[in-house]
Structure formats: C-alpha cells, structure tokens
Ligand binder design. Structure first.
Ligand code: ADP
Ligand code: ZN
Length: 721
C-alpha cells in the first residue's frame, strides 16, 4: 500500500495523509482531490519528509479520489513555497494557493460560452438596454461578467440575447496565444545601453542565478534594455515573468511591449475574467505562455520553462502585500530566481535602500545607465519655500509655480502637478460646532470627493453622501473643507486658467484600462494641458511635451516619520520629476515645501542622490534598522477592544528575553480602529544575528486566543499604522 502526504487547503488541518488507490500514480507536486468528512478538498502531494503530519495508522487512511490533469508543481516552486511560508511566518497552504489559478483551470481545457454584442441596431430601446449597448462595445464575457460591466441585471442581458442584440460564442479555453517575435522591432541601442543589454543577454544564455540591479535615471531606456533580455529568452523558448507594481501601469507597458514584440504579453492580475484566468494559467503551466506580465500574484505561478524574471519599478512599496500572506514580491522574486537558477533584473531609477545596500555589498550586480536616452537632459529642480512664497488664502499653488504654468500654457507645453492625496479635501468639519466627519469603522477622517458628491473612508470604503447640514448641530451651509486633495488642486487650476484642459489622475478616475488608455492617448496627442495626479502619474509615463512638474506638498509624506518616510518621499519626488523634459525640450521641477532644510529636500534640490542614500544608509545602520537589523510587527486585532487588549498584553507578557532581540509594545496601533476591529501592535527589532522567525514561532505558537482575536505577523513590515 502506498500513502501520500497532502498539503490541503484548509486553515485548521494543513497537512493530511491519504492512501493511493491501486492503479493511481501520484508524484510530489500533483494536484489532487481527496475526501474530507462528507466533502471533497483540494490538495497538493508533497514530499512526506518535508511536512509534519499527525501519524495516522494505515487502516484509517482514506483514498485519494482523483489526480487533476495538470502537470505537478515543479520541485523548485515547492521549495519557494516552503521558503516563503517559513520566512514570512505564513501557513504553507496559504502560500501554495497562490500557485493555483482557479478550480476551472485545474479541471482541464474545453470550452466556455461567452457573449458579445451582435452589432444590430434596434429601433427602440429601453434605457437599460441602451446603457448595456453603450457599455459593452468590444466586450466579451459570461453573462455575469457583462452584467457587472454594464451595471445591469443578468435578466436584461438574457432579454437582449432573445432580441438578437447579444449573441453567444463558444470559446476554446486552450486556444494558443499569438507568438511574440523577438526580432519584430529591435531598437538601436546606445553604446551604454548595449553594454548593459549584453550583460543581461549573456546571463540568460548562461542560465544560473544572477541578480541584477538595473539602476538607471528616468528616461535612460531601462525598459528597452531589459527587453533585449526578454528577446533572448524568447529565442531560447524560455518563459519570462515581468512584475509591475500596479495594474494601472500595465496599459502603458502593453503598448510598448506590443510595439517591440508584435503581440501583447499575457496579463495576470486579480481582476481577470474567469475564462482569461483559465486560459492564461493553462498556457503558463504548459509553457506556451511566453511572457507574463502581472502584479504580485503572478510570482507563484507554475511556469514550465521560466528563463528570466524582471521586477520593474522595483522600489515600489506596493510589491509588499499587507494582508493574507504578507510577503514582499520583490524579495520573493529574487528567491524564485535563486531556487530556479535564473537571472533576475530589478529595474528602478530610485532603488530601494535594501537593494542599494545589497548592490554595494556585491550580492547584486549593479548595472548603471547614468544618462537619458537621445540626449534628453534631467530636469532642473528648484525649491519653493512656502513660508516666504505664500499662496493666496485658501489656495495651494505659490505664485512662482502659477507663473511657470502660465508660461507652459502659452508655449503649448504640458504641466504636471503632483499631490499624493485623492479626493477634494482630507478633512471636513462644521464651522459652527467644530464637528469632524470621522469613519465609524476606522480611526480616520472621511475624505470629501466632489466628483461623486460623497464622503469616503480610504481604509474601509465606507461612504456617505455629503449632507446639507451638520449632523451634530443641525446648522446648514456650515461645512468647510480643510486641506487639499487632487480634486481641489484641479479646481484651483481651472479657476486660474479657465481655458486649460485639465486631467485629474487618481485611482478614482483611472480605475480601468480603457480610461487609462484614453488618458495616455490624450496626453500624448497634446489634448491635455495640465495633469493633476497622485502617485499614479509618478512613473512609467513618457509625455514628450511635459516640461513642468510641480510638487504641491513635498512635506506630506514626511509627517508621521515611519522608517521609510524620507526614502519614500525621495523616490516619489525623484520619480515624478523624471516625467519632466523627456523629449527635446528641457524640463523644470518646482518643489513646494515648508522644510527646505530637510535632508531629503536638499538632496532632491541638488540632485545629489548618492548623498541621500549614503546618509540614509548610515542613519539606518546607527539605529539598527532594516536592512541592518531585522524587524517584524505583530498586529493583534478584535472587534472587541478589551479582548484585543487582553490578547496583546498576553503576548507582551510572555515576550522572550534575548540579548539580540528588542521587543516594543504592545501599544494601540496608529490606526487603532480599522474596518471595525480594534488593533494593537508590537514591534520586534532584532539584530541580524537573531533568527527572528524562530523566535516568533517559539513565542506565539504555544499561545491560544479567543476565536474573535486575530494575530498577524508582518516580517519586514512596510506599514506601521
Ligand atoms: P526608463 O524606463 O529608464 O525611464 P524608457 O525605457 O521609458 O526609460 O525610455 C525612455 C524613452 O526613450 C522611451 O520613449 C523609449 O522608447 C525611448 N528609448 C530609450 N532607448 C531607446 C533606443 N535605444 N531607441 C529608441 N528609443 C529609445
Ligand atoms: Zn473606514
């Protein structure tokens, strides 16, 4: 009799043993279905010696029911899953789940029925049908997906099928993707670019683990350069994974990729349609998906023939996942390259301090592109001291910035104003009684959004219409907006320059690929004069006519002073500055601040990046902060405040006493209430010599908590709220 050890997708169980019935063959990595009580569960066969399970006598074992018709998860991927679970103190099954696309994909190919417009123009239309006709141009999907897209009921769409307005199409789930052509439109690289590209190409040829930090100024052609490595992998029939920090950037990337390779790459992100997800996953495991571009979640997929990993904008904090498995996709990408023996390229104009330090230490190979491509120069940067150059009352743009914008408008050039704050105003209060609008579920003010006429919480999504009168004192017309968000800056621009064409770019306005595409096309065509945006516009875009960048409030990110506040401010402002002067005309950047003396502002103004990194690295070293020490956060939460506090105190009460580990807290989290849960935090600050994960497990594993309490461990935390 043979037994098999399964990693099962169940939080309480984790690992279970089963019997392999006669005639069934199972090898490690196989995805199987097994019985659990009256139900069936999904499991992955694993090397038994690598997982602990309760010993069950053979006669009690139940039979595995079925091996799913997909290739086994390869051994290097299993090792990566183990490493990730171990390093981030996460359950193995939760990490492994990220490797599997969907149940449908595991079940095999076949066909699905999707629907699309027939193109027929009916004589008369109900408003709902008219709306659906409008929304569904060029779309195809299941009835449910289309209903969601068009914001109509499924019934409306079924009616439209009956009326011949919508038709069914049969879609082959395993139909092949068009092939990318490595020679489609190869660019002429500059000598410096060529040197960098050759290094990457050789690394792809040679195989073997080779981590690179592609450190090139904005506009130096980093994408063109790593595309050469992509081309080489394609020629050799190897797959490529490109990680981007957010979906908003993919639109731009897709177009560039298609221009270079003739076809778009394969997308992987959380909002794919189910049929797209199925098709992509199956092409990935079969090896026919050539280049996959995705957000974090593309990292754990079972590529059959991976040959290269690229992490673009590798400094971005959104590579850190802050719920579920709290992993950093940048770091796990390097680990994936290591277990698979591959080159990995981390590309950025403003690398993370951690990456800089690894490059300094010779662990990553640094490849520099010090100049912009085609003779474009980096923009001139100057500081506007808001203490002496004061904007008019109730306004946010200093006279000098306004003058520069006017000059751009007169010359037909573009300006970009950057403020990393969505909405109209971050705080609304009552002039009469002082009442402030606060989220009922979170320790946070409600943010006014004028576009939608609502007050919204940016943490939990709670929304309420802006009321006519104060809910506390009942006074009418008494609400005042405090402070600016991008919508308010856009209003100010419209007042100053009524003729200017203004685009507001935030996750509220650019929430789907079409809108992003429309914006990019308009900006490139010169149909936009002023862009007002959040961090969404700081990177990736290349608008040749954009010659002025105004940073509305450079001090915003420095408040609160968490570990990376200065680094993040530096990166954001350097990135947004990098949007200026990318074409033939020189660019200029004005940074509005009340703290021109702050080290980060001074470094930006003098374009002295090295000085900034050197000072920041020294400060971290002094403080024993990452990357020189290892930090981990413990976040305890419950809907019941007393219960959360008691659990946090219990954890604090049995904190280990070790010479190389300092434990701070528990203390109420800055976001003391989040989505209705009360939160307390502890911070573990350890020397590099300490084995933090082992300490955490030895400390927390024996503890038991009431059902309502959640204890999350965040290794290498990025968020401190
Ligand atoms: P980065 O990612 O470093 O900011 P990009 O890769 O976006 O730089 O390059 C900036 C601009 O210069 C893009 O429009 C790109 O197409 C162009 N470019 C860079 N290198 C070349 C090249 N060798 N030939 C033609 N165009 C190039
Ligand atoms: Zn909230």
């Amino acid at each position: 009799m043979t037994r098999v050890r399964l990693l099962v997708f169940n939080a309480a169980l984790g690992v279970l043993d089963y019997r392999v019935p006669d005639g069934m063959r199972i090898e490690p990595g196989n995805v199987v279905i097994a019985p659990l009580g009256p139900r069936q569960i999904l499991g992955i066969a694993w090397e038994p010696e690598r997982l602990n399970a309760k010993e069950v006598p053979s006669e009690k074992l139940r039979n595995v029911l079925e091996v799913l018709p997909v290739p086994p998860l390869p051994a290097p991927l299993r090792r990566l899953i183990e490493w990730t679970a171990d390093y981030y103190c996460a359950p193995l099954w939760a990490v492994a789940r990220m490797a599997l696309g969907s149940m449908a994909a595991l079940r095999g190919g076949g066909t699905v029925t999707e629907y699309r417009l027939t193109g027929q123009e009916p004589a008369r239309l109900t408003p709902q049908r008219a709306a659906a006709l409008d929304a569904l141009q060029g779309e195809q999907g299941t009835i449910r997906e289309l209903a969601e897209l068009a914001s109509v009921s499924e019934g409306v769409l079924r009616g439209m099928v009956g009326a011949g307005l919508v038709e069914a199409v049969t879609v082959d789930l395993d139909r092949p993707y068009p092939r990318a052509d490595p020679a489609h439109a190869a660019p002429h690289l500059s000598a410096l670019q060529k040197e960098a590209a050759d290094l990457f190409v050789r690394a792809v040829d040679d195989g073997g683990f080779a981590p690179f930090l592609l450190d090139g100024v904005t506009g130096s052609g980093k994408t063109e350069v790593y595309f050469e490595a992509v081309a080489e992998a394609l020629k050799r029939g190897r797959q490529v994974l490109v990680l981007l920090p957010e979906i908003a950037l993919t639109e731009n990337f897709l177009r560039r990729f298609e221009a270079r390779f003739g076809v778009p790459p394969i997308l992987w992100h959380s909002s794919l349609k189910s049929s797209e997800r199925r098709r992509a996953w199956r092409a990935i495991v079969q090896g026919s998906a050539q280049v996959v571009v995705g957000a974090r979640s593309a990292l754990f997929l079972p590529y059959a023939r991976l040959g290269l990993v690229v992490v673009d904008e590798a400094h971005e904090v959104s590579f850190k996942q802050d719920d579920g498995v709290r992993y950093n996709a940048r770091d796990v990408a390097v680990m994936r390259a290591k277990v698979e023996g591959l080159p990995v390229i981390l590309a950025s104009a403003t690398p993370a301090l951690e990456s800089m330090q690894l490059a300094d230490a010779g662990i990553y190979r640094r490849v520099e592109l010090a100049d912009r491509f085609g003779g474009a120069r980096l923009p001139a940067i100057s500081v506007v001291d808001l203490r002496s150059e004061v904007p008019p009352p109730g306004k946010w743009l200093a006279p000098r910035l306004v003058d520069e914008m006017r000059a751009r408008l007169e010359r037909g050039e573009q300006s970009l104003l950057f403020l990393n704050r969505r909405g109209y105003a971050p705080l609304t209060l009552c002039r009469t009684c002082g009442y402030r609008f606060q989220c009922p579920n979170c320790t946070a003010w409600l943010v006014e959004h004028r576009f939608s006429g609502r007050l919204a919480c940016h943490h939990c999504g709670h929304e309420t219409p802006v009321p006519e009168a104060c809910p506390e004192c009942g006074a009418a017309d008494c609400l005042v907006a405090c402070g600016p968000g991008v919508e308010r800056i856009a209003d100010e621009v419209a007042e100053l320059f009524p003729e200017a064409r203004v685009a507001t770019v935030t996750s509220d306005t650019m929430n789907n690929p079409e809108r992003i595409g429309t914006f990019v096309a308009a900006a490139e065509a010169g149909a936009i004069d002023v862009i007002v945006g959040t961090q969404l516009v700081t990177k990736g875009y290349h608008f040749p006519e954009l010659t002025l960048v105004g940073v509305v409030d450079a001090d915003l990110g420095l408040d609160g002073g968490d570990l990376r506040a200065a680094e993040r401010t530096f990166q954001q402002i350097a990135q947004v500055s990098g949007r200026a002067g990318r074409g033939e005309k020189p660019g200029e950047v004005l940074i509005q601040t009340r703290h021109p003396e702050a080290a980060v502002i001074a470094a930006l103004a003098s374009a002295d990046r090295d000085a900034f990194y050197a000072a920041e690295i020294e400060a971290r070293r002094e403080a024993g902060a990452p990357p020189f020490g290892r930090w981990a956060a413990i976040i305890v939460s419950s809907e019941d405040q007393a219960e959360a506090l008691a659990a946090a105190r219990a954890i604090g009460g049995c904190a280990p006493d070790l010479p190389d580990v300092l434990i701070l807290g528990p203390a109420p989290a800055p976001l003391a209430l989040l989505r209705g849960r009360y939160r307390f935090r502890l911070l573990v600050a350890a020397r590099r010599s300490a084995e933090v994960q082992k300490v955490l497990r030895g400390w927390l594993d024996p503890l038991e908590f009431p059902r309502g309490v959640r204890v999350a461990i965040d290794v290498d935390p990025y968020s401190f709220v």
